[in-house]
Structure formats: structure tokens, C-alpha cells
Design a protein around this ligand. Sequence first.
Ligand code: NAP
Length: 255
Amino acid sequence: MEKSKIGRRFEGKVAIVTASTQGIGFSIAQRLALEGASVVISSRKQKNVDEAVKKLKAQGIEALGLVCHVSNAQQRKYLIERTVQKYGKIDVIVSNAAVNPSVDAILDSHESTLDKLWEVNVKTSILLLQDASPHLTKGSSIVFISSIAAYQPPSSMSMYGVTKTALLGLTKALATEMAPHTRVNCVAPGTIPTRFARFITDNDIIRNTIEEKTPLKRLGTAEDMAAATAFLASDEASYITGETIVVAGGMSSRL
Ligand code: NAP
């Protein structure tokens, strides 16, 4: 979206976006920052963090960049501590990290694969919120990034899809647990051509099939995901909690 058309809904707010040095997480961080938030971006590799901070700086955005592998307890704690030390509070957390380590069928999946999927895609979101909760402001907002695969897990990513289904339940459960202080919502993206989805979107046949099956006849963009996430995180969604917005060009999720 053109910079001039973007609002300032996050003026004075502090936002943490995990796994945010590229792809959907980066676009979300960029969007929140363009709307006035102080953003904290992070990922596993220092080089990627530095490059992302530089990219934002080139757009006039000052972001704090930290290394945080979401499975690393110390790095998670440091992400929260450093944010609070620098900005004094946390208003928004977007939990975006996920892995899809295997294309095996569920019954053929190694235990280590099942553990990794649960750990990165679900458990670390909970652990991060445990660390963050004392610092969350009244009116704060959490957004989980799930997937259209949560509703109908495709065969090549079925257990990944199941972990994304778990995020829909986690959204409901935490929305109740954290109300009325904090709202908890979720975005379920369709197919977005990022590094994560390269194995699907780089294949012309698969890509064309997805586009054809999508009522809006295109893949999504990271900016589409950022727009929905920013809405849910903002005060414009102040009466919405426990909900998931599917942002998938009309790909069917439920009635
Ligand atoms: P992406 O473009 O590959 O970006 C992934 C980001 O996560 C990178 O910044 C990466 O940086 C970081 N990262 C990876 N593993 C991490 C970890 N363990 N801890 C911290 N950071 C980590 O991926 P994406 O497509 O934007 O995916 C983001 C989210 O959208 C995921 O939850 C994914 O399930 C969801 N999603 C994506 C699609 C799609 O079609 N792309 C569809 C539905 C849902 P480093 O390498 O430096 O760690």
C-alpha cells in the first residue's frame, strides 16, 4: 500500500513480531512501524536481523533488531527484557514463527519431526506469552499467524496443518484467559510466495492450479497479511477477540 494511504493506528505503541526478518513477519513489522509503532524484529540469524533493520531504516523506520530463535528460552527472555528495557511496555505481540520440516504423511513422521512441529509452531508461542504477560498493557493485543492449512491440512503438509489448527484453539482459549486485559486473535493466510512456500509457488503448474482454485485468482501477498494483522492488533478491533480471519482470496475454510 502507498505510504501516504497508511494510517497511524499504532502511535505510541510497542510491538514485537517474531520471525520477522523476511516474508510475512517482516511485512507485518513494517506495517505496524509505518503506522507509528516502535517495533522489535527478530529471527535466528544475526545477518538477517541486520539486513532487515537496514531495510527498515532505508524507509525511515527505526527498529530494534534482536536474534531470537523462538525455541531458545534465553533468547526469548532477552527479546522481552530488552523490549521492556528500551520501550517500557508491550502493546502488541505477533507470533509468526513456524516450521514445516517434512512432507511425510502423519503416520510416517518421525517423533523428532512431530516434536519440532509442536515446539516451534505451538509451544514457543505459549512460552513467549508467559514471559511477556507481566509487561502487556491494558488493551494489548496478540495475533497468532496460523494458515488456511489449519482448516483442511493438505497431504504434503498435514501435520504442519494440524499444528496450525491448534493455534485456532489456542486463540480461543487464550482470548478467554487473557480477557479483558488483552485480546487474542489469529490470521490464517492462504498461499503467499515467500521463502517458506517456495517449494509450492516456484512450481508453475502448482502455482497456476492454486491461482485457478482461488476465487480472487491470485496468490496472496505479505502485505495482505500485514493489513489483516494490523487491523486485529489495532484498537479498531477493540471488540474482537478469540477470532481468526482467513486471508486467502476466498479459498474455502468453513461455512
Ligand atoms: P519466510 O518468508 O520463510 O520467513 C520466515 C522468517 O522466520 C524469517 O525471517 C526467518 O529468519 C524466521 N525464522 C524461521 N525459523 C525461525 C525460528 N525458529 N525462530 C525465529 N525466527 C525464525 O516465511 P513466511 O512465509 O513469511 O511464514 C511466516 C508465517 O506464515 C509462518 O507461521 C507460516 O506458517 C505462515 N504461513 C505462511 C504461508 C505462505 O504461503 N507463505 C501460508 C500460511 C501460513 P531466520 O532464517 O533468520 O531465522
